[in-house]
Design a protein around this ligand. Structure first.
Ligand SMILES: CC(C)(COP(=O)(O)OP(=O)(O)OC[C@H]1O[C@@H](n2cnc3c(N)ncnc32)[C@H](O)[C@@H]1OP(=O)(O)O)[C@@H](O)C(=O)NCCC(=O)NCCS
Length: 197
């Protein structure tokens, strides 16, 4: 997916020619992207990111297949990262946990975060996923359809601000009656390691 970010100068006259654009591409993350992704996340969240309750659902696990995306500019520099993780939203109800989403400081407020959200949610829907949970700022995420009402009876595996615990149905009714503990899904890394003799 290739996009163009319009970056009009704030003082540009209204009848000026079309604004300059910077191309970026949203692609699947590869192992070679990991150092740049981690640097981007460190810059966005700092070391406290590893203490978040969501990390308990991610630690030692892999993102859902096809749902680790990065945005790169036309020189290959990473501008944004987003990943979604397999979880169960109470009982055996499969769902995804979205996050972290981060956009490089110099590329914010140009629409890139929104493009990452829309691209990853479209991919999740196309892959047959039914629902997505996240912990984040409701004023930002509500524009993508995330709502508090879907998580009211769900419990995360640690402290979260309830007002920031949000859900989205990719399939109508997917979170109907969702209640109980949110648990990690998929396979942990440990399960991929060779067994000790
Ligand atoms: C949040 C973030 C991903 C948004 O990326 P972005 O590329 O700047 O987003 P977009 O360009 O699509 O949208 C920008 C709009 O969202 C708003 N916005 C950004 N963060 C917001 C927040 N936390 N709450 C409410 N609105 C927010 C901006 O004010 C801007 O509004 P405007 O269009 O009216 O000017 C980016 O700011 C970021 O990486 N922040 C640090 C990490 C982070 O907080 N990640 C989210 C975890 S909750």
């Amino acid at each position: 997916m290739t996009f163009e970010l319009a970056t009009p100068h704030p003082l540009a006259p209204r009848l000026s020619p079309a604004p300059p654009t910077r191309a970026f591409e949203i692609v699947d993350e590869t192992p070679a992207d990991v150092p740049a992704r981690e640097a981007l996340l460190d810059a966005a969240f700092g070391p406290a990111r590893f203490l978040k309750t969501c990390e308990r659902l991610r630690d030692g696990r892999k993102p859902a297949p096809g749902l680790a995306l990065v945005a790169k500019d036309d020189e290959g520099d990473m501008l944004a990262t987003i990943r979604l993780w397999p979880i169960h939203a109470g009982g055996r109800r499969p769902a995804l946990l979205l996050g972290p989403l981060a956009v490089a400081d110099h590329a914010r407020s140009l629409g890139l975060g929104g493009e990452m959200m829309r691209a990853s949610l479209a991919r999740a829907r196309a892959l047959g996923h039914r629902a997505v949970l996240l912990v984040g700022d409701e004023p930002y995420y509500r524009r993508f359809g995330f709502e508090r009402r879907f998580t009211e009876k769900l419990v995360m595996p640690g402290p979260v601000e309830r007002a920031r615990f949000l859900g989205l149905e990719l399939v109508a009714g997917a979170l109907d009656g969702a209640k109980g503990r949110v648990t990690a899904g998929g396979l942990g890394d440990a399960l991929h390691m060779p067994r000790a003799a």
